[in-house]
Design a protein around this ligand. Structure first.
Ligand code: NAD
Length: 490
């Protein structure tokens, strides 16, 4: 592992804005000018962003390929199409969302105006992560624009080609005063965090999430934290001198009622897309011993069908982002016994899709974030056992359940806590606009997507409007002194 891979390569992006104060001051003035309150202005910015995605689709795909060797089809599904649909959805609903809400009134307020105004917070900071370097930054940014905020965009420096694209291209489409891009690594991020923002939206590791939360706390800045929520690797624990006992997320239970071939395909796709570097990738499988044997046989067959005899030669599998993570994953592969895969090649940061069995609950693979193409299986007797296992750990970001039995499903719905659930599929809950996406407990706080994103970046300003007519005043007069028992019984 070279030094340049462990230290954030801020200089690689070449586009660091040195003067944060100045940039922020300009964003503050732009917000104060009121231009982002204008819904036509917001609409125009969103349309420009959509045009940017359309006009630069090939560049986006190339940047993702350069950073992650991501296949084009995956980038289309999980990045560009997703971002385009997100903006189209916002544009379609924006006029409705911005309207003041008129909640139902009680008898006491019959004569009054009771309204909730959708106010922007002001200048917000959105910090993205490297694994989906475009959409994890730009989907919350679009929601913040829709809600009328100015936004400082901070892409992840680890996906350096995507960061360069964002810093060079996005400013050509968005108002530069309102939506500046700031690049850099931890140093620049910490400098940014020392400034006062009106809202901070962070996606990344739980370790940095705690840094962000502590910085936000100084100014009582509200935050949304979209986290991994897993235990730190031992090296990080030493480096930061903290001991966080956080556990593995997005478990996947399979019962005997499922059509196994389909289940295996959906689980493996969710695990292997972006080479397993997905916060909602299924982490580990919980199933019976009998199911485990059948799963492994099917998985071998499916992998051959998808990637051929020599998986390394297949163009359809991404690579691990850097040597740091590659070496970490090799360490995790030492847990349990390899039932499928196990090959690797450091020169390409290639790791074969690998299934591990005979793992123990306290093995590193079962306690640390995997973020790679390795799938451990842990056998349980039944759904009750699986629920007990899940509940002995922190709340998952997503809980995957594969079953055809509604009774089994209900046991999980009512007996577990998680950010979300997805039944008989993986990942596909993520792009559903109608569903809030977010974690609970150590997997995060707050949610977004669709209207939930708009609401996240909106302060709900309540307003009671009275008139000064005599009738109303007469009804209200009981509140004025001199107080008396007769008045209080009114
Ligand atoms: P990362 O290294 O790209 O860091 C994320 C951001 O934090 C970057 O912008 C980076 O500059 C900044 N940063 C890094 N170290 C910092 C420090 N010491 N101080 C201040 N800022 C710092 O990404 P990552 O953290 O490796 O991302 C992967 C993690 O993100 C995984 O844990 C994954 O589970 C999680 N994740 C969660 C979601 C979700 O929606 N819940 C989505 C994707 C990724």
């Amino acid at each position: 592992v070279t030094e340049s891979e462990t230290v954030a390569p801020a200089a690689q992006t070449d586009i660091i804005m040195a003067n944060f104060d100045d940039t922020l001051q300009r964003a503050r003035l732009a917000f104060a000018s009121g231009k982002t309150r204008n819904v036509s202005f917001r609409r125009k910015q969103l349309e420009n962003l959509l045009r940017c995605y359309e006009e630069h689709e090939n560049e986006i795909i190339s940047a993702l390929e350069a950073d992650l060797r991501r296949p084009k089809q995956e980038s289309l599904i999980v990045e560009t199409e997703f971002m385009k649909n997100d903006i189209k959805h916002i544009l379609y609903h924006l006029d409705d969302w911005v309207k003041p809400e008129k909640p139902s009134k009680s008898f006491v307020n019959m004569l009054d105006d009771v309204q909730i105004f959708n106010d922007p917070f002001g200048v917000v900071l959105v910090i993205g992560a490297w694994n989906y370097p475009l959409q994890l930054l730009l989907v919350p940014v679009a929601a913040a624009i829709a809600a009328g905020n100015c936004v400082v965009l901070k892409p992840s420096e680890i996906a350096a080609n995507c960061a360069k694209f964002i810093a060079e291209t996005i400013p050509k489409y968005l108002d530069n005063e309102c939506y500046p891009v700031i690049c850099g690594g931890p140093t620049e991020t910490n400098e940014l965090l020392s400034q006062r923002f009106d809202y901070i939206f962070y996606t990344g590791s739980t370790r940095v999430g705690k840094i962000v939360h502590a910085a936000a706390n100084k100014h009582l800045t509200p935050t949304t934290l979209e986290l991994g929520g897993k235990r730190l690797s031992s090296s990080e624990t030493v480096m930061f001198n903290h001991i966080y006992i956080l556990f593995l997320y997005s478990p996947c239970y399979i019962d005997k009622s499922v059509e196994l071939r389909t289940a295996v395909k959906r689980i493996l796709w969710g695990k292997l897309i972006n080479c397993g570097q997905t916060c909602i990738a299924p982490d580990y499988i919980l199933c019976s011993k009998e199911m485990q044997d059948k799963f492994i046989a099917e998985a071998k067959d499916v992998l051959k069908e998808w990637y051929g005899d020599n998986i390394q030669n297949s163009p359809d599998l991404s690579r691990v982002i850097n040597q740091n993570n590659f070496q970490r994953l090799l360490g995790l592969m030492k847990s349990g016994r390899i039932a499928v895969g196990g090959k690797f090649d450091a020169s390409e940061r290639f790791i074969e899709p690998t299934i591990l069995v005979d793992v123990k609950p306290d093995d590193p693979i079962m306690e640390e974030e995997i973020f790679g193409p390795i799938l451990p299986m842990y056998t349980v007797e039944n759904a009750y056992d699986a629920i007990k296992f899940i509940n002995s750990r922190e709340s998952p970001l997503v809980l995957y359940i594969f079953t055809s039995e509604s009774e089994v499903l209900n046991l999980f719905v009512n007996g577990t806590q998680s950010g979300g659930m997805c039944v008989n599929d993986t990942i596909m809950h993520y792009p559903v606009d109608a569903l809030p996406f977010g974690g609970v407990g150590m997997s995060g706080m707050g949610s977004y997507h669709g209207k939930y994103g708009f609401d996240t970046f909106t302060h709900k300003k309540s307003c009671l409007g009275k008139n000064l007519a005599l009738l109303g005043e007469k009804m209200a007069s009981a509140r004025y002194p001199p107080y008396s028992d007769a008045k209080s019984s009114l």
